[in-house]
Ligand binder design. Sequence first.
Ligand code: SAM
Length: 279
Amino acid sequence: MASISKLLSLSSQLESISDTPQLDCELLLCHVIDKDRTWLRTWPDNTVSPTHQTLFKSLLDQRIKGTPIAYITGSRGFWSMDLNVSSDTLIPRPETELLVEIVLKLGLPSQACGLDLGTGSGAIALALASERLDMQWFAVDAQLGAVELAQDNCNQQQLSNVSIFQSNWFDAIKQQDNKFDLIVSNPPYIAKDDPHLSQGDVRFEPKTALVSGVDGLDDIKVIVSQSSMYLNTNGWLVLEHGYDQGKAVRDLMLFAGFNEVTTKQDYNNLDRITLGFWK
Ligand SMILES: C[S@@+](CC[C@H](N)C(=O)[O-])C[C@H]1O[C@@H](n2cnc3c(N)ncnc32)[C@H](O)[C@@H]1O
């Protein structure tokens, strides 16, 4: 039987496809034997059963072929939650936690109502709903698979203040019935010919979650131009976008009549989130 350290030494096989071969290998082994990384490091000489070894090697093979770790293990940590993920939508990114932080600092009143457009796994809506149990949350996605995934995650987090349904942006939202104090979105924002689409983990994620026209701005334009019809007075629009789209998104929001439009940078000091409010 092979030891933990022997199996982890197979990380060398991931060096050409991953920036984090050791971490990837540890996460796969943790998933197989249902232990955390501290346990692996504490017990490097412990042996792994033949069944677990076989499973580990089959998962390692998938990673060698490029499949993202989160699609192999079926989950990804986001905010304080462990979310199920699937190939129906984007794997939640750590940068998106900045959007959650920014929204929480807006100090929205109790009983306020928020909408997450393109919710995917539910990452943004569920993180916000878990922090603001006093608010009512709505989350939509165009893909039925994403809606089902977000609903599963919502059930797992036992959140009763979130309604999730299928909608092409605002299409299924009745304007006269629903006005929001906040609209958030991390929409698709990659240009259709961007070379990054054929590199790394992104290759395995659906184009419906990533690509938005020639300059990556098609969906942001729809959201910015329609949001004011669904926002209450003093309601906020908060959008995640590409590092080189800050000015374009600010211009779109200013043109649409939003106030105090500002762009915030992520931890790499890159433009990432633009927000403004509606009067
Ligand atoms: C970049 S992903 C973001 C997913 C999730 N909000 C997150 O931050 O991890 C964009 C999401 O928008 C959804 N989407 C794309 N076009 C849409 C549309 N026309 N209406 C609603 N959702 C859409 C995709 O299915 C995908 O789940």
